[in-house]
Design a protein around this ligand. Structure first.
Ligand code: PFF
Length: 496
């Protein structure tokens, strides 16, 4: 069964890819990453990551997806039948990510609900950690189930099911067409408002105050590359899958460029808003910005509610708008990561979109219940490290080598160039995808591994081992189960 899914138009593909890229990574993660990695100085590794890695790689990923018009796994089989196991590793690990991603969306859903009446009370920090997450910072809380969190995680999965089970045009396509532009409109409104707050300049000065000495630290380079990967959904099969749904006349070079530009514009714009608000808060409370930000990645669930508290009734408008934006951004990203495993299973086991979506949503929802416990936040942090630091980077390395060398990236050049309305690619691009990117990936991979080893505790090791086992066992099961589709080994290529 070849994949008959197609986007209604090329613009919808670009919107869907922007929807995939712009997500929690841009709003929840980026402002903090930028601030804690040298402020203005961070832009150097950030730009290097965009030009040396993101743009060349995104073009490659789109190109191969376009060529095979199939799921990632099916394409890998066509490329190297012996690599089927690897062809499942990536979709399964992306699904593991989808599961914890759904949890953060669930948390955000809670805050969206609470924002209408500032239900987090006068002390948002205690509210988040003690009342809501009841964090134990260890595995010991795994049997303390928190139904309130569970309900909101289930709502997220329900939305994913509701959109994904429909055909592309009526589901994913329609949602991206409406909600991705809306995301930008609301964010622009929030940021402009934030910039007008007294004290905004204090926050911005703090954010951009460059610490050039950090440029010599490996960490900030790792942070930039990690951010770009996560934020652009690079190498995780999302771009591959979405590009496989494109029409024949698509200009992939320009599309990739637009996605990169939109994603970076969004996250940097968001950072302006976040830090203006923090500057305002610093002015009101007399607490230095650096102290407010030390709350790290809980920034949006602690500092933001604090600001909405100070803002009085405006907070009742801004709060819901903000958490709604985060929610939409999260859902449009989760839709794309969900699609990766879903379409692979549909391709191999001849499942309908409806059936595959239902089964996977039920499994994902059930699995995410582990995050609705007091150990949830702890397990989430380790899951994130496992996925982003170890597995993804390594599997993207394999992907890059397979696509650049085995598939032979040079096959794509004239096809790409014949359609490109922006820039053309040539030798430099080949050098990038064949040599520079694989090399960079290996360096980043060792860096990430080091970070993980240095945080070793017996408990985190248990979580890591369980995750690794889940990954290997599921990938093995999908590899060994006999295919139901007659076309599993028949994949047509579009680029001749
Ligand atoms: N790009 C998303 C974000 O910035 O939040 C995360 C993501 C979504 C990664 C989808 C991978 C993916 F397939």
């Amino acid at each position: 069964m070849t994949n008959i899914n197609k986007w209604e138009s090329n613009i919808i593909f670009i919107l869907a890819m922007i929807g995939s890229a712009v997500g929690l990574g841009n709003i929840w993660r980026y402002p903090y990453v930028l601030y804690s990695n040298g402020g203005g100085a961070f832009y150097i590794p950030y730009l290097v990551a965009i030009f040396a890695l993101a743009i060349p790689f995104i073009i490659l990923e789109y190109g191969v997806g376009y060529n095979y018009q199939s799921s990632f796994t099916k394409a890998i089989i066509k490329l190297k039948p012996k690599f089927e196991f690897y062809g499942w590793i990536l979709p399964v690990v992306v699904f593991i990510m989808t599961i914890y991603y759904s949890t953060i969306i669930g948390w955000d859903g809670i805050y969206l609900f609470l924002s209408f009446f500032k239900g987090w009370g006068a002390d948002p920090n205690t509210f988040l950690n003690v009342n809501l997450l009841q964090t134990t910072h260890s595995l010991s809380g795994v049997f303390n189930f928190i139904p309130f969190i569970a309900i909101f995680i289930i709502i997220g999965w329900f939305i994913i099911w509701f959109i994904s089970h429909k055909n592309l045009d009526e589901g994913l396509g329609k949602v991206c067409k409406i909600f991705v532009p809306l995301l930008f409109v609301i964010m622009i409104f929030i940021v402009i408002f934030s910039l007008t707050l007294p004290g905004a300049n204090i926050g911005l000065a703090e954010l951009f105050n460059p610490d050039w000495s950090l440029l010599w630290h490996f960490d900030i380079w790792m942070a930039a590359f990690g951010q770009i990967f996560f934020s652009l959904s690079l190498g995780m099969g999302a771009g591959f899958t979405y590009a496989s749904y494109t029409n024949d006349d698509i200009d992939l070079i320009s599309s990739g460029l637009y996605v990169v530009i939109a994603n970076s514009a969004f996250e940097n714009f968001t950072a302006l808003g976040v830090f203006s608000i923090l500057g305002y808060m610093s002015l009101q409370s007399g607490t230095p910005v650096s102290e407010i930000v030390s709350q790290g990645t809980t920034l949006i669930f602690v500092a933001y509610p604090q600001v909405f508290n100070i803002l009085g009734s405006i907070g009742l408008i801004l709060g819901p708008l903000f958490f709604f934006t985060v929610y939409v951004a999260g859902i449009t990203s989760m839709l794309s990561s969900f699609e990766v495993l879903s379409i692979s299973l549909q391709n191999k086991f001849a499942l309908s979109r409806r059936k595959a979506t239902l089964i996977l949503c039920l499994i994902g929802c059930l699995a995410s219940m582990v995050y609705a416990t007091s150990a949830g936040e702890y397990i989430l942090r380790i899951s994130d490290l496992f996925v982003n630091n170890i597995v993804i980077i390594f599997s993207v390395f394999v992907e890059c080598v397979l696509f650049a060398w085995v598939f032979k990236a040079e096959r794509l050049i004239s096809f790409f160039n014949s359609r490109s309305k922006t820039f053309k690619i040539g030798k430099w691009w080949l050098t990038e995808v064949k040599y520079i990117i694989p090399l960079l990936l290996i360096v980043i991979w060792f860096g990430g591994l080091y970070e993980l080893i240095t945080m070793k505790t017996t408990e985190s090791a248990i979580v890591l081992i369980v995750l690794a086992l889940i990954l290997v066992i599921f990938s093995l099961i999908f590899t060994l189960l006999p295919e139901k589709s007659k076309d599993w080994f028949k994949t047509e290529e579009r680029v001749k």
